[in-house]
Design a protein around this ligand. Structure first.
Ligand code: NAD
Length: 471
């Protein structure tokens, strides 16, 4: 009998341990409901709408508290490591160490409620207030390339703005998105927030995204991704913010600090295996410094490919018949890509470089892998002209290494990109080693630029006639 009791005790302990560990990690396979996860898009929208009504009646201090809870939850070491690791494991895109940096950046440098600066106009006719107010439920579509970063960044900005957010992640990032949505909701509820401030359907699909886009209760759409989804939300008939593709060119002229430029370019290009939409995708270098630039890039982990046939083999390996990147190579490391080509290199190799003509596919297409074509040009004006063409009118991001103020201004003016980084790696443009806040939704097409809380708000006017001007 004693033995039986002991055995039962052990069994109970074992079950409790399993429950606890499931609660702690409970990462991949979630319950059917709860903590922001819903079986159907209709249920998710309804819950999000209810949550937004509650949020509307909380104070600004509460909203800031919720923002701080999101920051703290993501910055918890275990959580940060878990979401970064799972993002790479599930999507097979990018690199764990860089995901850690990007997730931390999103948690630390996305502005909160302080971004919502009210305007006041006073005069003989009284006082008028203009305030940033919520849209309501926001439908936010997120990319495979920054699955967790975008959820963290958008959640902070949108909740600070008084909105709730329904995410539509890429199906290939559904597990890590579910984990993060659940993790954030749990922490928010524990801090006294209404439930479902952040939500998603358990099984994201294109069909569910369509339903979300067309549902009138979703007041604002935000798409972070390629051209097709941006076009889709912009054709929805409702207010939409589009953060689309880029193909950032780099120009290096003869006045630049070539050694630094080479390191900055390799650092920026190889960051998270080149998936960030802001990452260096092609270089235009003035002939007189091009050899030096290439040499210094090699010193910093670039593998130079010179054999034409090998370059063509590489192209055949990583591109589709249509000329775009093969999904299976997006976000893979230079070492992996070379290995698939039968070339063994040390782990220190971070990017693959080669000289190509300006019309080469590698120059004109957004590849999102650490392959960096270099175009040799006679002078800086030609470099700027070619950079303009390669950017494809995205007006997203461009980088220039130069000390010539006139040419720096010329490039900024001609390319008209949302982000223009001078003498630094591209990521300085989103607050990593550069001033200013971060965002993972860079809204070039619709003009909000580096989005923050106020981008997701409506401006409303409140007029009090003939009083409260106290001058
Ligand atoms: P993607 O366009 O394939 O997918 C983005 C999201 O849109 C996913 O959730 C996907 O499921 C959804 N989607 C795509 N087409 C759809 C359709 N027809 N109907 C419904 N949903 C659809 O992009 P991706 O490969 O995940 O991400 C990489 C792209 O995103 C690159 O072009 C990159 O430059 C861009 N991007 C831009 C920014 C920015 O801030 N501007 C940030 C990150 C990524």
């Amino acid at each position: 009998m004693d033995m039986d009791l002991k055995a039962i005790e052990q069994m109970v302990e074992q079950v409790l341990r399993e429950i606890q560990s499931e609660q702690m990690i409970n990462v991949t396979e979630q319950r059917k409901e709860g903590y922001g996860l819903f079986s159907t898009i209709e249920e998710a929208i309804e819950a999000s709408e209810k949550a937004q009504k509650k949020l509307l009646y909380t104070g600004m201090a509460d909203r800031q508290k919720y923002v701080d809870v999101i920051r703290k939850t993501v910055l918890n070491k275990e959580n940060l490591e878990l979401i970064s690791r799972l993002a790479v494991e599930e999507t097979e895109i990018g690199c764990y160490e860089h995901k850690l940096i990007k997730n931390r950046l999103a948690a630390e440098k996305t502005p909160g409620t302080e971004d919502l600066i009210s305007e006041a106009v006073t005069g003989d006719n009284g006082l008028t207030l203009i305030e940033y107010c919520p849209f309501g439920v926001i439908g936010a579509i997120t990319p495979t390339t920054n699955p967790t970063e975008t959820i963290i960044n958008n959640s902070i900005s949108m909740i600070a703005g008084g909105n709730t957010v329904l995410f539509s992640p890429h199906p290939r990032a559904k597990k890590v998105s579910r984990l993060l949505v659940k993790m954030l909701n749990k922490a928010l509820i524990e801090a006294g927030a209404p439930s479902d401030l952040i939500s998603m359907v358990e099984e994201p699909s294109l069909e569910n995204t369509e339903k979300m886009i067309s549902n009138p209760k979703v007041r604002l759409l935000v798409a972070t991704g390629g051209p097709s989804i941006v076009k889709k939300v912009l054709s929805s008939g409702k207010k939409a913010i589009g953060a689309g593709a880029g193909n950032p060119p780099v120009v290096v002229d003869e006045t630049a600090d070539i050694k630094k430029a080479a390191k900055d370019i390799v650092d920026g290009c190889s960051f998270d295996n080149n998936v960030p939409c802001i990452a260096e995708k092609e270089v235009f270098a003035v002939d007189s410094i091009c050899d030096h630039l290439i040499q210094y890039m090699k010193d910093n982990g670039a593998y130079l490919m010179t054999d034409r046939q090998q370059i063509e083999e590489l192209k055949a390996l990583i591109t589709t018949e249509k000329g775009g990147p093969k999904t299976s190579f997006v976000g893979k490391s230079a070492v992996y890509i070379l290995d698939q080509l039968g070339v063994k290199v040390p782990d220190s190799v971070r990017v693959i470089i080669m000289e190509v003509p300006k019309d080469d596919l590698f120059v004109q297409e957004e590849m999102m892998m650490p392959i960096l074509p270099i175009v040799r040009v006679s002078d800086v004006d030609t470099a700027i002209e070619y950079a303009y063409e390669a950017e494809q009118g995205n007006r997203h991001t461009a980088i220039m290494h130069s000390q010539n103020v006139e040419k720096l201004s010329k490039m900024a003016k001609i390319l008209e990109t949302t982000i223009f980084v001078k003498n630094a790696p591209s990521f300085a443009g989103i607050g990593a080693g550069g001033e200013g806040h971060t965002t993972f939704t860079i809204a070039g097409p619709t003009g909000e630029g580096l989005t923050s809380a106020r981008s997701f708000c409506r401006k409303r006017k409140c007029v009090l006639a003939d009083a409260f001007s106290i001058r």
